[in-house]
Every structure is written in structure tokens, then in C-alpha cells.
Design a protein. Structure first.
Length: 134
């Protein structure tokens, strides 16, 4: 697994610092950035992102930094890492996610465990893991 306990607290530290500073940069955030530029300098009104000195908006990204290094994660990056196609569907607003038919699939995929249990620091809690080995 990517965040293996054998690697010590390093990954946990990096992940925490990444998520503390993380924000989603989507179409709405890109539009707000353009509007902010126009408010600062009205001569930018009606100009393209490139003419304003902004990067073109390509896709929604999670932006953060680790130790001063900017990190951008897009859907395409995640798809590449997990070796899957970057297209798919997302259904928002499931009524009762505790009874979702996907729970068993998620538990099995992420933790190689069908049993519902407590998770801590990206792994199954020690008390629950000991019960599975019996």
C-alpha cells in the first residue's frame, strides 16, 4: 500500500501537511480569479486568461504545497496512478451511505477486509485487525 506502516511516520506527515493547505481549483475558482484581476486592473475587462497573465483552465485540480513545493492533483493524475480510465460517473446525494451496496467493495478494495471496522491513519485499527486473524 502507498502509505505502508513500514515506512514510518513520513507519509503520514506529508499527507497531513498536504491536506491542511489543499484547496479545490475548479471552474468557479478560475472565474473568481479572473474577476479579481479585473477588479485590480479594469483594463483587463473582456480579455482572455492568457492576456491577463493567468494559466489556462484545463481541469478541476486539488492544489496544495509540501515543503514549499506546489503540488497539483487532477482526475487524470489519479486515474494514471490507479491505472484506470479517467472517465466515469459520480452520484451525489446518496440517502443512506451506511447501507450502501458499495461499502463492502470499498472495504475490500482499500483494506482487504469485508468486515466494517474503525480506521485510523489510513489503516484498520489494531483491535479490529487482531480479530480478523483469529
Amino acid at each position: 500500500m502507498f502509505f505502508s506502516p513500514s515506512n514510518g511516520p513520513t507519509y503520514e506527515y506529508l499527507v497531513r501537511h498536504f491536506w491542511v493547505r489543499a484547496h479545490v481549483y475548479d471552474k468557479k475558482a478560475a472565474q473568481l480569479k479572473m474577476e479579481e484581476k479585473v477588479l485590480i486592473d479594469p483594463s483587463f475587462a473582456g480579455k482572455s486568461r492568457e492576456e491577463m497573465g493567468l494559466e489556462p483552465f484545463v481541469d478541476t485540480e486539488i492544489k496544495s504545497s509540501i515543503m514549499g513545493i506546489p503540488v497539483f492533483i487532477s482526475q487524470a493524475v489519479i486515474a494514471c496512478v490507479i491505472r484506470r480510465a479517467s472517465e466515469g460517473s459520480f452520484k451525489d446525494g446518496l440517502d443512506n451511505n451506511k447501507k450502501s451496496p458499495w461499502n463492502e467493495v470499498v472495504h475490500l478494495t482499500m483494506f482487504n477486509n469485508k468486515k466494517k471496522c474503525a480506521y485510523n491513519n489510513l489503516s484498520i485499527g489494531k483491535e479490529d485487525a487482531s480479530e480478523d486473524t483469529k
